[in-house]
Ligand binder design. Sequence first.
Ligand SMILES: [Cu+2]
Length: 373
Amino acid sequence: MRSSCLLLAAAAGAAVASVIPLDLEAEVFPRSLDNLAPSLPLNAFPTMQHVPFDDAKAKHDSWELNHTHTVTRRQSSPTSAEEAACSANPNVRFEWNDFSDSDRLAFMQAIQCLQSKPPTGEFPGATSGYEDLVALHQQYTPYIHNNAKFTIWHRYFLWTFEQVLRAECGFDRAFPWWDETLVAGNFHNQDLFTSPDYFGELPAAVNGNGVCVTTGAFAGLTCHIGPGSGDTPHCLSRAVDESLTAQCSASYVSLCQSYSDYAQYEQCIEDGPHGYGHDGIGAVMSDVAASPSDPIFWMHHSFIDHTYRIWQNADVSVRTTTVDGVDAEGDELTLDTLVYMGNIMPAVPISMLLNTEGGVNINGFTYCYRYNY
Ligand SMILES: [Cu+2]
């Protein structure tokens, strides 16, 4: 394991004490709104693909569903002792409405803190510790989208983000998730976007451009990674289309969850609610490569990971121990297929990531969480 992994592990031991100094916070936030980086036209962002609900439904009804699983345990799967220790005391991810005001503010401050940290230097173009993660996602984009690794890789990415907030910025609260099915078609009215303390406004496009975010915790943010595979500074912009966010619906999620086969579930959720949430929030969030530039990315992916965990819970012994489908090269996924996270976290086999309550140790952090519902 290389340098930054070790640094992260070392920092984890002292995580509780290393809160951002208040004077640094005052220096960086609020950001100036006088010289916003340009808002790029919407067609500058290479948008996600999405499949309309009726098409997904027709495909679902025509697909063969009696897939046969081979259940095998591997050495790198969680041990029963690890699982028992985790289930006795799992980290709980609370839905945003069940996440206290104090926890919400601590979460926003931890993200701001990471945005004020220097980059590791391992990701060209990244100007902060936060942008290291954006660049990581950008670099891996061809391998982690439009194939069966998508849900597993993004589960590990979101968990990595959580551990980085804890290790680098002293975040010591529970973690949130966002139930988009409650607000599908009406994202922009949610306090996530309307409160001055949270993610900032969610405006519609103006003249084919996204609108720079000038309210909330990320007002005036300049994104240095993206659009696409490039690095052109641009403002954090959004361009909501509620007809697209409407597809982040309970009915679309349950259509996907009705597949018994992982690869079919994965494709449905990736091209369905996942793609629609990205493209519905729009502009920076619609960028398949650099969308983590918009911090709402993490909330959207908490929703996607939640749907995955709920799908697993419907047949937990099989769905937390097996995998199928192929990667970007067309190779079959196995429990031993490695999932890479740059130098931020070690590469681990899929078998370690399937059960979020497996309790395995990854680089000094215990992989152990569940959702509050
Ligand atoms: Cu992604």
